[in-house]
Ligand binder design. Sequence first.
Ligand code: B16
Ligand code: MG
Length: 220
Amino acid sequence: MKKAFIFDLDGVIVDTAKYHFLAWQNLANSLGISFSSAQNEQLKGVSRVRSLEKILEWGNKTISEEEFTTLMTKKNEEYLVYISKMDTSEILPDVPRVLDSLISKEQAIALGSASKNARVILDKVQLTDKFQAIVDGTNVSKAKPDPEVFLIGAKELGISPENCVVFEDSVAGIQAANRANMISIGIGDPKVLHEADYIFSDFTEIKEEFINNLVSAKKV
Ligand code: B16
Ligand code: MG
């Protein structure tokens, strides 16, 4: 039986949230807005445009469209400096084991990320060739919790949504997977990700037997 396994990037394969945090914090501080790690949590899985809108809302600040574009570019340039230093050591524990296990079982694998920098990051951590389809912020028009990103991934792999499994660390991402009628697996805190079909704190908890069951499971 062939299933598709769709992986989110930030928070699932690598922890780039720490770099988003540094770059957004610098930008917020330059505008006189304070920005905490708790607020950064709320930006997980959220698009770049929406992230800046939220920061401006928190700081009660209005800016021109032109300044908005300039700030987004500035933030991304700083983020890209951090990304440029990434290497394979930043892959989260046991992600390669799970990817290789799925590949050995001839399962289809896709990336489903909101990030416009997803391809650069996958290249830096040398995982690009594990993915048969890469859907990222450059391919989608509707942000998670809209299921678009995962539905495009399923279509590119030629697998129907009910035969897809999604690994996600954000609430919006789990909701997107559920709306797509896919099996959702939350990676993170069960209190936050309770809408997921299954929840693990990280990939070290995902055992071979569970992977085998997933390959043959049906979404109910
Ligand atoms: P970029 P994911 C998301 O990645 C991040 O979680 C989110 O914090 C970020 O704002 C978004 O990508 C856009 O990223 O600025 O690189 O286009 O979790 O969907 O892989
Ligand atoms: Mg994520």
